[in-house]
Design a protein around this ligand. Structure first.
Ligand SMILES: NC(=O)c1ccc[n+]([C@@H]2O[C@H](COP(=O)([O-])OP(=O)(O)OC[C@H]3O[C@@H](n4cnc5c(N)ncnc54)[C@H](OP(=O)(O)O)[C@@H]3O)[C@@H](O)[C@H]2O)c1
Length: 323
């Protein structure tokens, strides 16, 4: 396996791997079975061995299970890992029931995260969303206080608007924006992505496979018990239409000798030096394929085909990433 290249986080931040490891699916977030913990830890170890130092979690992934898992995995290897933590989501019985972004809550959350991770400082700490109940000044100001206290190194944000990003960055320098971005979900190109580039904020791009749509493995109709049936993108005529688009990706992947998923990840990494594909990998077997995707280059003609086929709005229907 080749070594992953590094990029600078934010304007003056540390070097992080150009490919990030999303750890969310190593825990039960929505009530599904918890994946094999031994394999998850082995995956984190193999990722670190390959130079993937960016590990992404949230304190609500598996109600703290995900942080404890990462804590176990990085024991004795703390210096090799860059830990990114989201907070603020409130879950009950596997259901998202709201946000808590009050300063008192943030000051409380961070201590639990540090304990579960078994570390003294979180490298990147970020509210998972914003809402109108707490002024953005209070949210970012509270995290800035945690930086002063030495509990947090850098501040990030997630799933916010361009206006909120500018506002947050005016309060304290924002190092990273975590946002859903893929060939199937390109709306951020209108204003959020340009704003991040202008402000020197790194983009940590998740959902590169668009809930599996871009893997090329789905067929219409989906089995009735598939969770994707909740999203309009995977329903009825939308799914048929969308899978026709995926045929273009599959054909190009076959011509180039890669998988559709590899091309989907590679397209994201090609969108800028400041963009990191953040990919869920719960099994070691995923790593070689996704690391190899970081070496893929597209000809201008191939890029044109992808950008035309997957122009904004080309994929019908949405997922939970409604913008
Ligand atoms: N900020 C936010 O709002 C937010 C929201 C969602 C997620 N995230 C973060 O972003 C990370 C990635 O997001 P995601 O899980 O939604 O999207 P994703 O990376 O597109 O992952 C979706 C699925 O793709 C599978 N996969 C990975 N590599 C593959 C390959 N080469 N071929 C076929 N399938 C492959 C994974 O399977 P396995 O798990 O079985 O390996 C996973 O189940 C999460 O782990 C989490 O850390 C952030």
């Amino acid at each position: 396996m080749s070594e992953i290249t590094k990029i600078q986080l934010g304007q003056n931040g540390p070097m992080v791997s150009k490919l990030g490891l999303g750890c969310m699916r190593m825990s039960s977030v929505w009530g599904e079975l918890t994946p094999d913990e031994t394999e998850s830890i082995a995956t984190i170890h193999q990722a670190l061995d390959s130079g993937i130092n960016f590990l992404n979690t949230g304190d609500f992934y598996g109600a703290g299970h995900n942080e404890m898992l990462i804590g176990k995995a990085i024991k004795g290897r703390r210096d090799e890992a860059f830990i990114s933590v989201k907070f603020g989501a409130i879950f009950h019985n596997g259901q998202w029931i709201g946000l808590d972004l009050r300063p008192v809550a943030i000051k409380n959350f961070v201590n639990y995260s540090l304990t579960r991770l078994g570390i003294e400082t979180i490298d990147l700490y970020q509210p998972c969303r914003m809402d109108d109940s707490v002024p953005i000044e209070d949210i970012i100001g509270t995290i800035a206080g945690l930086v002063e206290e030495g509990k947090v190194r850098h501040i990030g944000v997630s799933e916010i608007t361009a206006e909120q990003l500018r506002k947050a960055n005016s309060i304290y320098p924002i190092s990273a924006l975590e946002i859903g971005y893929s060939l199937a979900d390109r709306q951020i190109e209108n204003d959020l992505l340009p704003a991040a580039k202008e402000l020197g904020i790194s983009v940590v791009a998740f959902a590169n496979t668009a809930e599996g749509l871009l893997t090329g493995d789905l067929q219409a109709p989906l089995p009735v018990d598939n969770y994707r049936n909740h999203f309009s993108r995977f329903q009825d005529d939308n799914l048929v239409h969308n899978l026709e688009k995926i045929e273009v990706l599959k054909q190009m992947a076959s011509n180039k000798g890669f998988t559709p998923t590899q091309l989907a990840i590679a397209w994201v990494k090609e969108q800028g030096n400041n963009i990191m594909p953040l990919v869920s990998m719960s099994r070691r077997a995923r790593l070689p394929e996704n690391i190899a995707a970081m070496e893929i280059v597209f000809t201008p003609e191939e890029m044109n085909v992808l950008n035309t086929t997957f122009a904004i709005g080309a994929i019908k229907g949405g997922t939970y990433l409604q913008r």
